[in-house]
Design a protein around this ligand. Structure first.
Ligand code: HEM
Length: 458
């Protein structure tokens, strides 16, 4: 006999529509996970969705023999912008393998490390800007880090310096916000409303994002180079299995996909700054490490793997920020078999084709795994302590075949930026009573979080 999956009481016909705030879906899901625990479900407009919020159940549904990525809801909507690119391709689409095999070699740990100097130089530029602010030193970390992220993405992957850290915000940033917010909202609106009232927003944002990508292609054409970066691979290499190359449209699809992917990194970094402000002892320990490893000499890519404690800060930030707040899974269809899928050894049952969404705000703070799950303790995320944790709580980059293809880029960027800001500047809370609240679409970030930034004094 299985246990019923808990569900908040809803209203007739509309179901649980009022349990999820359409302008802050992930915060609502975090709140529901806190209330209901390891598993819960909601029904919206007749569709049932099951949410997984414990480490053990997350680990179970990350078993690729039984489950796979579910391409549905917002992921289908964003196909309007990027078609069958890496993040949005259905399991059955040949394009996924072709694109993956062309792109993955350019995003390995070594390939990413070869762009360390560019990433570091962009970071230095932002830090120099912060240090020169004088009395007007109140910043919104997220907006500056969004710019830095786009700057580093565009330079390392596509070979163009945007010079977008100052001046008007590059329109790509707002276009990513508009396209992903629209993609999240559309599945829960009547189709006619999407078409008549909101169609324009996604269209306009898509046009901006694709123009941004086309501009990078035009820049490459106008500036021939022997750089073997991601853009070079997209344009010039073929899939080793099928011999196929990407079409011009597919090159644009993937150029647009990458900044949408990397945009999770500044969300994590802005939240890291919040945790650092709250934990001066962590800053002191990280400074000791960075000063010891890097000293006053020039920074080099070899420093990144040596910064173990900073790596712990980054992982603890990924755990507690849930910057990528979750991902979607479904049971692998079993030919002719529509019997329910059993979870937790039969404790729960779901339909054979039930979409399941992993809510990392529940999984990553599972009290069955972490003592004082809300405390920010980088040491539990480094060395042997980290290795000993169950795999279910290490899913911030997703899972298996569809795991984040940018995880090494993200790691290099997160460690480099965290280490450099720890070494170079002091942050001070603008509102010492600030309590972390997050919102967002494909990723979540701190709301209304500002700090004062000064050159380091101690
Ligand atoms: C803190 C940084 C990042 C986090 C937490 C993160 C997280 C994730 C997660 C959870 C997934 C799986 C999504 C799913 O199953 O639907 C994913 C996929 C993906 N990410 Fe990231 N990501 C980050 C940075 C990046 C970067 C830097 C890039 C680009 C270089 C990137 C590009 C992608 C792409 C293209 C996919 C789809 C992969 C596929 O399905 O084959 N992400 N990411």
């Amino acid at each position: 006999m299985s246990t019923p999956i808990p569900q908040p009481p809803g209203v007739p016909l509309l179901g649980n529509i009022f349990n999820v705030d359409p302008s802050n879906t992930w915060w609502s899901l975090k709140t529901l996970a806190e209330k209901y625990g390891e598993i819960f479900q909601i029904s919206v407009l007749g569709h049932k969705i099951v949410f997984i919020a414990s480490a053990a159940l997350a680990e179970e549904i990350c078993d690729e023999k039984r489950f796979r990525k579910f391409v549905g809801g917002p992921i289908i909507e964003i196909r309007y912008s990027v078609h069958d690119a890496l993040f949005t391709a259905f399991d059955h689409e040949e394009s996924w393998g072709i694109h993956h095999r062309i792109i993955a070699p350019l995003l390995t740990q070594d390939a990413v490390a070869s762009h360390f100097d560019e990433m570091a130089a962009c970071t230095d530029e932002l830090i120099a800007q912060w240090k020169s602010l004088g009395a007007k030193n109140t910043i919104t970390p997220l907006s500056d880090l969004n710019r830095l992220n786009l700057e580093a993405t565009t330079l390392t992957m596509f070979g163009k310096k945007l010079n977008g850290l100052t001046g008007p915000e590059p329109p790509m940033i707002q276009a990513m916000e508009d396209s992903t917010s629209e993609a999240m909202r559309r599945p829960n609106r009547p189709k006619l409303l999407n078409l008549l009232i909101y169609g324009g927003k996604l269209k306009k944002a898509t046009k901006t994002m694709r123009a941004f990508a086309a501009d990078l292609v035009a820049h490459r054409t106008a500036n021939p180079t022997d750089r073997h970066d991601l853009l070079w691979a997209l344009q010039n290499t073929t899939d080793p299995d099928t011999g196929k190359a990407l079409t011009e449209e597919q090159v644009i699809d993937e150029i647009v996909t990458m900044p949408i992917g990397t945009s999770t990194a500044p969300c994590a970094l802005a939240t890291a700054i919040h945790f650092l402000v709250q934990n001066p002892d962590v800053v002191a320990r990280a400074r000791e490490e960075v000063d010891r490893v890097v000293g006053n000499g020039p920074w080099a890519k070899e420093h990144v793997p040596q910064l173990e404690y900073v790596g712990g800060i980054v992982r603890e930030t990924l755990r507690l920020s849930c910057a990528a707040p979750g991902f979607n899974i479904e049971p692998i269809p079993r030919e002719g078999d529509k019997s329910p899928v059993l979870l937790a050894g039969g404790k729960y049952q779901v339909a054979h084709n039930q979409p399941l969404i992993i809510v990392l705000a529940g999984v990553n703070r599972d009290p069955a795994v972490f003592d004082e799950p809300l405390a920010f303790r980088p040491e539990r995320m480094a060395g042997e302590a980290f290795k000993a944790l169950p795999s279910g709580v290490k899913k911030w980059f997703g899972n298996g075949k569809r795991e984040c293809i940018g995880k090494h880029w993200a790691w290099e960027f997160l460690v480099t930026v965290t280490a450099k800001i720890v070494k170079e500047v002091d942050f001070e809370a603008v509102d010492p009573g600030y309590v972390l609240k997050q919102d967002g679409w494909f990723n979540v970030r701190p709301v209304d979080f500002k700090v004062k930034v000064n050159p380091r004094t101690a």
